[in-house]
Write a protein that binds this ligand. Structure first.
Ligand code: NAI
Length: 261
């Protein structure tokens, strides 16, 4: 329980996830790892899914030791249709239920449209959009049966605004937003909340290798004047995953220092 005390009037907001089970994709590093850490700190058991075996095993161990809740690594390539059913069967076998799914795994393959290869278009759509469809479909039946669930999809502000050199990435992230709104309508009657977080410019390995000029340009467009931290995104995920957000569905929350307003 978080205690927000304002001028003597006390509002108690429930951010506890005790007893819940969360699945976080792409959680070996970066934003996904911060999300897994934050949900575990709030009391959720976490299934960390990533294609990077060594890193996801290390992250699960680190988080379990720090938070004292069960954190189990699962290795899968989420763009591969054949790997999804076995993955979610193993997670359900281990934890018996899934209350929270965070679709976070994502990649970039940037190029200007006229130079973009078919393979770079397809790879980005497969990892960033098709995997969200596959993972969401895999948990939806059990969430419908248990009559509750929180699905949080990580898109990007460029899915709303566009960005030169990222036609594939922007299309995938805009697709995640449309997909989430459709599924929010399908799940609402069974208390399944589906929301989207659209991060702005966040300091991770993904953005580290951007040219200095691109970084400066993004910073100049960010009213709060700094890059976001993975933890800034994780805080918003905790909000959507918690009982504090029970009346929110189909929403897109920009965690971007004001960039997209
Ligand atoms: P990252 O590159 O640091 O981490 C991504 C993780 O996903 C890695 O651990 C990687 O192994 C895993 N992954 C990639 N493809 C996979 C696959 N096919 N199967 C399983 N795991 C896979 O990226 P970062 O920065 O942490 O981004 C996380 C999410 O946030 C992505 O969806 C990204 O598009 C989104 N985002 C990031 C922003 C940023 O500025 N860093 C801005 C807006 C959105």
């Amino acid at each position: 329980m978080q205690d927000f005390s304002l001028n003597g009037s006390v509002a108690v907001v429930d951010f506890s996830l005790d007893g819940s089970v969360a699945v976080v994709t792409g959680s070996a590093r970066g934003i996904g790892k911060a999300i897994a850490f934050t949900l575990a700190r709030a009391g959720a058991k976490v299934a960390l899914v990533d294609m990077n075996k060594e890193a996801v095993e290390a992250s699960a161990k680190e988080i379990e030791e720090a938070c004292g809740v069960e954190c189990v690594p699962f290795v899968a390539d989420l763009s591969s249709e054949e790997q999804i059913e076995p993955l979610f069967s193993s997670i359900l076998e281990k934890f018996s239920q899934i209350d929270i799914l965070v679709n976070n795994a994502g990649i970039t393959r940037d190029n200007l449209l006229i130079r973009m290869k078919d393979s770079d278009w397809q790879k980005v759509i497969d990892v960033n959009l098709k995997s969200v469809f596959l993972c969401t479909r895999a948990v939806f039946k059990s969430m419908m049966k248990q009559r509750h669930g929180k699905i949080i999809n990580i898109a990007s502000i460029v899915g709303l605004m566009g960005n030169a050199g990222q036609a594939n990435y922007c299309a995938s992230k805009a697709g995640v937003i449309g997909f989430s709104k459709a599924v929010a309508r399908e799940g609402a009657a069974r208390s399944i909340n589906v929301n989207v977080i659209a991060p702005g410019f966040i300091a991770t390995d993904m953005t580290e290798n951007l040219p200095e000029s691109a970084k400066q340009s993004m910073l100049a467009q960010t009213p709060l004047g700094r890059m976001g931290k993975a933890q800034d995104v994780a805080n918003a995920v905790l909000f959507f995953a918690s009982p504090a957000a029970d009346f929110l569905t189909g929403q897109v929350l920009c965690v971007d220092g004001g960039l997209a307003m």
